[in-house]
Design a protein around this ligand. Sequence first.
Ligand SMILES: Nc1ncnc2c1ncn2[C@@H]1O[C@H](COP(=O)(O)OP(=O)(O)OP(=O)(O)O)[C@@H](O)[C@H]1O
Ligand SMILES: [Mg+2]
Length: 344
Amino acid sequence: MNTTADLSKQFQHKKYPAGRSSPKATIIPIASGKGGVGKSVLTANLAIALARQGHDTLAVDLDLGGSNLHSYLGLSNKHSGIGDFLKDRKKNLPELIVSTKIPKLRFLAGDGRTPFMANIPFQQRLLLLNELQKVKARFILLDLGAGSTFNTLNFFGLSHYGMIITTFESPAIMNMLTFLKNFMFRLIAAVCKQNSIIFKGLIEEFRRPVNGVPVTVASLLAKISKEDKNLAQTIRQICLAYSPRLVFNMAENIADLDIGAKIARILRENMSLSVSFCGCVGFDNAVRSSIRQRMPIILSRPDSFPARDIMALSRYISSGRYDSPRIKTAKELRDEVSRRQNSL
Ligand SMILES: Nc1ncnc2c1ncn2[C@@H]1O[C@H](COP(=O)(O)OP(=O)(O)OP(=O)(O)O)[C@@H](O)[C@H]1O
Ligand SMILES: [Mg+2]
C-alpha cells in the first residue's frame, strides 16, 4: 500500500455531489467481494431497464482481466475498449463507446486479452478515472471485478453510493464485508497520506496479526485522533459520506432477508458505514438459460421474478431515491419485496 503514489487523488469528489460525474450523470459502480454472485447479470439487465425507461445509459466493463459484460448484453466481442485505451493513448475514451441495438444504451468494452490488466498502475488508473468522469450520460454503470484489488476499490470509490451485490451464502456475505472493510481502510490511508507518521502507524496497524482485537474504522480513528484531532475529524466526515447500496441476489425465500439487520449492525459498528438496502433479486434458472442464449432475461423473460425485481430496482434508481442520502432499511426492503410478491 505504501508504494502507491498519492492515493488521495483517487478519492477526490470535489466538483459534484455524491456519485455524480457531471450535473446529469449518476455513476454506479457494481462490486461484490466474492465472484460469481451476479454483478454482470445485474449490470447488463439494469442498464437495459434504465435505457428502456428513456435514460441515456452507458454500461462499462471494468472487470479488466475478466471482461465478459458484452456477452451478458448479447453483444459480440469485437469492440476495442478500456484495454486499448490504456495501451494506445491516441484514442480517447468516448471514441471507444459503441451504441447497441437497444435505443439509449451504449457500451464500453473492457479487456480480457491483455495480461495483468487487473493490476493497472496508478497513473493509468487516474487517467481512466478522470476520463470516465467526463463521459456524458444519465447513468453510467460499472461492472467491476471480484475481490479487493486496488483497481476495484478505486473504481468503487468513484461514487459515494456504490452498489454492492451479495447472495445469502455466508462466504459471499463475508467477502462483501471484507471488501467494504478494505475500501474504508484504503480511503482512510488515502486521506492520511500527507502525514507520514500517521500513515506509517496505519500501515503497521493493517499488518498487525489478526489474532488480537480486530481493527475497526473506530479503532483507527481513535489512534489517529491521539496524534491529530482535526485529521481524525476530517476522516470521520469523509467516511460518513459513503453509504453502500446493497443488493441481494438469488433470493429464494423472503426470510433470507432477515440477515439484513445483522449486516447493517456489523457495518455500523466495525466500519462506521450506513448501508442502504436497495434491492433483492429472486433466483430463477431462467437467468442461466438467458446467459446461454445471449439474450438478457429482462428481454427474454420480462415476466420472471429476476426481471421484475431488476425493473423495480431500476425504477428506484431513476426516481432519484437511490442517490439521495435517505437510507432504505432492511425491514423496508423486506416489506417491499413481500408486497411485490403478494401483488403477483
Ligand atoms: N438471479 C439469479 N438467478 C439464478 N441464477 C443467477 C442469478 N443471478 C446470477 N445467476 C447465475 O450466477 C452466475 C454468475 O453470475 P455473474 O457472471 O453475473 O456473476 P459475477 O458476479 O459477475 O461473476 P464474476 O465475479 O466472475 O465476474 C451466472 O452465470 C448465472 O447463472
Ligand atoms: Mg462478472
